[in-house]
Ligand binder design. Structure first.
Ligand code: PEP
Ligand code: MN
Length: 263
């Protein structure tokens, strides 16, 4: 179902009044995690003013250490809903289990399945049973074929609203958090009709690379980007080193506008 051979035209996915795929760039921005009402509503207003189409923010966080901040959970989701009400931005947030999906899918506009769950087949099957758009991130060491097969799991269940995300893969290189595989965007576009976006924040792990990698992503034909933005990155509860401040996000949007169609 994800294969372009049987579906030559590009798929356009609708979420609220926004689209992903098609001729307009989808811009998803917000903090790694929801931390408070002031934080999430404040960032939502700033990224919206800069031109973002979607608000991201984690409520359920898949942290490598059980002792790290695990997200505000349900309370975080309530705060995301407030930020959506305040700005009109559709919300993109990760769910980590079938139970969370069942409990919360109606509240979320785009459901993120994170890199660590790309091959959680029960979760993929459950995501196939709903109609909400799914943002499926490439696994830490997943091949392009494996990513497409995971999309196939969701689509086989009947949910064809799948957006793929290249977010860097694990290589021998340690300077960056992951290695951004921009050729994956080209390969996926050739193999599949599904929209593909790039996450330069998790790929690089370094805030100062985010703007240039976003431009590179657009240059190779990505349908959008997902970017971590925080008012006070050095005190962020999660991923501060890769988060850019709202002012810098505004500048990034201006440089993306120079090379792509954004509303
Ligand atoms: C995230 O988007 O905050 C995240 C945890 O991403 P990934 O699954 O790509 O690591
Ligand atoms: Mn993050």
């Amino acid at each position: 179902k994800a294969n372009r051979t049987f579906h030559p035209e590009n798929t356009v996915i609708r979420a609220g009044s926004e689209t992903i795929g098609g001729n307009q760039l989808a811009i998803i921005a917000g903090p790694c995690s929801v931390e408070s009402q002031e934080q999430i509503v404040g960032i939502a207003q700033e990224v919206k003013a800069a031109g973002a189409g979607f608000l991201r923010g984690g409520a359920f966080k898949p942290r490598s250490s059980p002792y790290s901040f695990q997200g505000m959970q349900q309370e975080g989701l309530e705060l995301l809903k407030l930020a959506r009400e305040a700005t009109g931005l559709p919300i993109v947030t990760e769910i980590m289990s079938v139970k969370q999906l069942e409990d919360h899918h109606e509240d979320i506009d785009v459901i993120q399945i994170g890199a660590r769950n790309m091959q959680n087949f029960d979760l993929l099957k459950a995501a196939g049973q709903i109609e909400k758009p799914i943002l499926l991130k490439r696994g830490l060491s997943a091949t392009i074929e494996e990513l497409l097969m995971s999309a196939e799991y969701i689509m086989a269940g009947g949910n064809e609203n799948v957006v793929l995300c290249e977010r860097g893969i694990r290589t021998f290189e340690t300077y960056t958090r992951n290695t951004l595989d921009l050729s994956a965007v080209l390969a996926i576009k050739r193999l599949s009709h599904l929209p593909v976006i790039v996450d330069p924040s998790h790929a690089a792990g370094l805030w100062w690379m985010v703007e240039s990698l976003s431009k590179a992503a657009v240059a190779v034909g990505a349908d959008g980007v997902i970017i971590e933005v925080h008012q006070d990155p050095s005190n962020a509860k999660c991923d501060g080193q890769q988060s850019i401040k709202p002012e810098r996000f505004t500048a990034l949007m201006q440089s993306l506008r120079a090379i792509a169609h954004i509303e």
